[in-house]
Design a protein around this ligand. Structure first.
Ligand code: SME
Length: 164
């Protein structure tokens, strides 16, 4: 069985070690759904104080719920709506210290207080976003953003995306 090293402390998450573990986990498999499911489970297991982690995938029109860990969530998000739709439209990471202060935030789970959404771009094409929610205010730092962008790069390099 593959063991994920879980960090208890938000400030000491070892992203270098997580990058090595993720490379090992995804090596030898390029299937889009399998790797996306593993990636969301890996993030949810490896990072402390989360209540949701998963994909919203761009279908050419809007974002549609993909593989995730956590409670059931809203299924469709138009581009430009909420944190996910804004990150997809702007094609940049959005780090939200307090979701209640973000204009247009979509509350899927009332437990969420902070959030980070990373866009997934492959060869300039929008694949979707990866959304991570926390019940703790200001859970995500710029260090987390850099670490997560690195992990997302490993996922992208390890995966074949469907041709649309
Ligand atoms: N909070 C998100 C919606 C997705 S759920 O949190 C899973 C947003 O505003 O985009």
């Amino acid at each position: 069985m593959f063991e994920v090293n879980i960090s208890q402390d938000i400030d000491t998450v070892n992203y270098r070690s997580l990058a090595q573990q993720l490379s090992g986990l995804l090596s030898g498999e390029r299937d889009f759904i399998a790797n996306s499911a593993q990636f969301s489970a890996f993030i949810y297991q490896a990072l402390p104080v989360l209540n949701w982690a998963g994909f919203y995938l761009y279908d050419g029109k809007e974002l549609v719920l993909g593989p995730f860990q956590g409670k059931v969530a809203c299924v469709r998000i138009p581009l430009g709506r909420g944190v996910c739709g804004s990150a997809a439209l702007r094609q940049e990471t959005i780090l939200v210290t307090d979701v209640h202060a973000f204009d247009g935030h979509i509350a899927c789970d009332s437990a969420s207080n902070s959030e980070i959404v990373l866009p997934i771009l492959k060869d300039n094409r929008l694949i979707g976003v990866f959304d991570i929610d926390s019940p703790q205010l200001a859970r995500f730092s710029e260090r987390d953003q850099a670490g997560l962008e690195g992990l997302l790069s490993i996922y992208k390099e390890s995966t074949d995306f469907p041709v649309m």
